[in-house]
Design a protein around this ligand. Structure first.
Ligand code: MOS
Length: 763
């Protein structure tokens, strides 16, 4: 690949800003970013002054409850709603027979504006496509009345043949046309032959189960129709897409749909666009009353998809020095024909390690089930389980320390695309983590450390998640007479600190104290935002804010005019500091924002710009990395595994706010401990029904399952990312499953290759 293919194209017409640290003065200013401050909405939250989607009061509000199908595929032959209709407080029962006619949602990623997790029509006919599909919505005067009445709905079905077994479905796999825009298969050289000829090899099958979303806040929405205007209070990570999608489904002009989502009690990929929003809007229309829908916990299991089943093969062929002849990572993920999330578990293998040959790719097996969806690091979380466990097994065969093996296969450039890495300090992350964790105290041979009934072991694994930045996001900057700046964009803060990070960013960029900056978000009427997904939001907003700031500063210079100390200066000659603009080298040439506005006789200055296209992603291989370290104690009496210590050492570019980032990484690791040890959706393969649809039966880690967790950063700004920061929302969970399983092996000598690592597998 020639050097000039790595040159960034000219930035798009939207913004002139180009992602390159050398061009961003803020990133040359040491310490301008990276302060630990508390989340600005934190006090309001703990005081109960923030309203979530199901908390908006309306006169005459009605409450919705759903009844679900009990078969996987068929037609409704009898649907009895008369008992429900006669129950106390019932306003109406909506079924396919009386629901308003609506267009089906469009499948997410089928177009830039589509949002549907599924593209099945919602309550428009008698067809059943999964066990748990809503067959009726009851509206009543109270939630309890609605729930009771929904329990009285009965149905009979004419059954159609259904595929509800993964083993059955994978006999006829479906090839994907593309894997989230990438080719589904990557082959470099003849990997099978190279494997066969390798001196040391492993060839293993790993399995990961279905997982369900269990955010603390249940999926909810409050809906009001004001004449032909649709008002939706949602819990959403894709506000603008939801707005457009609802307009499309109900045949409205997009200006007639107003969606807000200022606070979200956990998203993780699950707070997207599902049937409940559509059904609640339809019911509100039918009843002519405001509707509040809040799914029950069971309801979330029935209609909100999660992570899907995977079966993965990882085969590694090495020379005795550890260098790889062959890296093979293939397999199958369960899916449906009506969803678009293929669980891209083979993505990490494309860029993590060097090898002479590669065979990487996956297909899907279609089942008649609920559409699965994105769930924190979809693909990477379970893909790193297989790949990183296999590397551990290879290291053992090679009699190499697993970190030393990774040092020997560290690539200089992206091994499958040939692109340069924008920034990669994986080995540094390993070294820092190993030292802090006391990795040198790990015994190379398993089953060597014991305290009473407890076997103790250590494991490590690589974490990784791609950098992405979405185009199309815009930011508006408004300066008012009091010197306050408000930046607005229709994005999301689900508790991870979006607003806080961007207040910090803009305050630093404009030389303002934090309290002079407000970040306005969570409202579809604001300038177009990006989704909160794929760990992309911070960089995407950052790009839009940088573009808007440039326009803003240019406008200020113009407004300052000839009587200003700034007269005659151009954008590159000024910098923002102390609440105003200054000549970059002559600090006597300064005028405050307030003074500029006042002299111009203006009450405010408003500027808006869109982020330039993400050219950096074309030119570079951009990923975050990390090294996960785990210590476990496994009981020889019960087989139970207790994670006793955990450390994540991350290389995610500039850390914008270490306090918030630590929290985000810890959250990912805790979710990873669930993935490793407890989380598993039991899916009855006879009926396609989820049988553990409650938090009593589906086990997520609780306080007592969470050990002390330490977080380290390389904190190396990525020269190609806005603010030097790559996303951190998802990487925390990646590699955790493998770090735990590798530690369990080190403790017990037992390799568990199918998650979760439950006690029965260790006895
Ligand atoms: Mo993330 S699974 O894109 O919320």
């Amino acid at each position: 690949m020639s050097a000039d293919t790595h040159t960034l194209p000219e930035a798009g017409r939207q913004g002139r800003w180009q992602p390159a640290v050398t061009k961003d003065p803020l990133l040359r200013k040491h310490g301008a970013l990276g302060q630990s401050i508390s989340r600005i909405e934190g006090p309001m939250k703990v005081q109960g002054r923030t309203r979530f989607a199901a908390e908006f009061p309306y006169d005459n509000i009605s409450y919705a409850a759903l009844a679900f199908s009990t078969v996987a595929r068929g037609r409704i032959s009898e649907l009895n709603v008369s008992a429900a209709e006669a129950a106390p407080g019932v306003i109406l029962v909506m079924t396919y027979r009386n629901a308003p006619r609506m267009k089906a949602p469009s499948l997410m990623m089928s177009s830039p504006t589509a949002a549907g997790a599924s593209n099945l029509p919602v309550m428009q006919n008698d067809e059943i496509h999964w066990n748990g599909q809503p067959i009726a919505l009851v509206l009543a005067e109270t939630q309890e009345q609605a729930d009771y009445a929904a329990s009285l709905v009965t149905a009979k079905y004419e059954l159609l043949p259904a595929v509800t077994s993964f083993d059955e479905a994978k006999k006829s796999p479906r090839q994907l046309e593309n894997l989230l825009g990438q080719p589904p298969f990557v082959e470099i050289g003849d990997a099978e032959a190279a494997l066969a000829n390798s001196e040391v090899k492993v060839d293993l099958i790993y399995r990961t189960p279905r997982h369900n979303h269990n955010a603390i806040e249940l999926h909810a929405a409050t809906i009001v129709w004001n004449d032909d205007e649709l008002r939706v209070h949602d819990a959403s990570q894709l506000l603008d897409l939801t707005t457009g999608q609802l307009a499309d489904i109900f045949g409205l002009d997009i200006s007639k749909v107003h969606v807000t989502s200022p606070y979200v009690g956990g998203g993780f990929g699950g707070k997207c666009f599902w049937d409940h929003q559509i059904l609640a809007c339809a019911a509100a229309k039918l009843a002519g009353r405001p509707v509040r829908i809040m799914l029950s916990r069971e309801g979330v299991f029935r209609i909100i998809g999660g992570r899907t089943v995977t079966e993965q093969r990882v085969a590694l062929g090495a020379r005795t020095d550890g260098t790889l002849n062959a890296l093979i990572h293939t397999g199958t993920a369960a899916m449906t024909t009506h969803n678009s999330c293929p669980e891209q578990f083979t993505f990490p293998a494309r860029h993590l390690y060097g090898a002479r040959t590669f065979r990487i790719g996956q297909d899907v097996a279609d089942l008649d089930m609920l559409a699965n969806t994105f769930m924190r690091a979809p693909g990477e979380s379970v893909g790193t389980f297989a790949l990183e466990c296999a590397l551990d097994e290879l290291a053992e065969k090679l009699e190499l320390d697993p970190i030393e093996l990774r040092r020997r296969i560290e690539p200089e450039k992206d091994p499958t695309t040939g692109k340069p890495f924008s920034s990669r300090y994986l080995i540094e992350a390993y070294d820092k983590g190993a030292e802090q964790f006391g990795w040198d105290k790990r015994s190379r041979t398993p089953r060597q450390r014991r305290e009473g009934e407890w076997l103790i072991g250590m494991g490590c694994a690589t974490a990784t998640y791609p950098y992405h930045r979405f185009p199309g996001g815009a930011a508006r900057i408004k300066l008012t007479e009091d010197g306050h700046v408000t930046v607005s964009t229709a994005v999301h803060d689900m508790g991870m600190g979006t607003a806080t990070a961007q207040v910090q960013h803009l305050a630093a960029r404009l030389g303002l104290p934090l309290e002079h900056v407000t970040f306005e978000y969570g409202d579809s009427r604001l300038p177009r935002g990006v989704i909160a997904g794929g760990s992309t939001q911070t960089a995407s907003i950052g790009g839009a804010i940088i573009a808007a700031t440039e326009v803003f500063m240019e406008e200020l210079i113009k407004l300052a005019g000839n009587d200003s100390p700034l007269a005659g200066l151009s954008l590159p000659e000024v910098e923002a500091r102390d609440g105003g603009l200054s000549h970059v080298s002559d600090s006597s040439r300064f005028e405050s924002y307030q003074s500029i506005l006042q002299r111009a006789g203006r009450e405010e200055l408003v500027c808006e710009a869109e982020a330039p296209a993400p050219a950096e992603m074309e030119a570079f291989s951009m990923h975050s990395y990390g090294a996960q370290f785990c210590e476990v104690r496994v009981s020889t009496l019960t087989g139970e595994t207790r994670v006793s210590r955990f450390l994540g050492s991350f290389d995610a570019g500039q850390i914008l706010n270490p306090k918030m980032a630590t929290s985000q990484f810890k959250g990912g690791i805790i979710m990873g401990i669930g993935l490793a040890l407890t989380e598993e959706t039991y899916f009855d393969e006879r009926t396609g029904r989820i049988v553990n649809a409650s938090l009593a039966d589906y086990h997520v880690p609780v306080q007592m399952d969470v050990p002390p967790i330490e977080i380290l950063y390389t904190n190396k700004p990525d020269p190609q990312a806005p603010m030097g920061a790559r996303g951190i929302g998802e990487i925390g969970i990646t590699g955790v499953g493998a770090a735990v399983a590798n530690a369990v092996y080190n403790a017990t000598g037992i390799r568990v290759r199918d998650l979760p690592v439950t006690l029965d597998k260790l006895m």
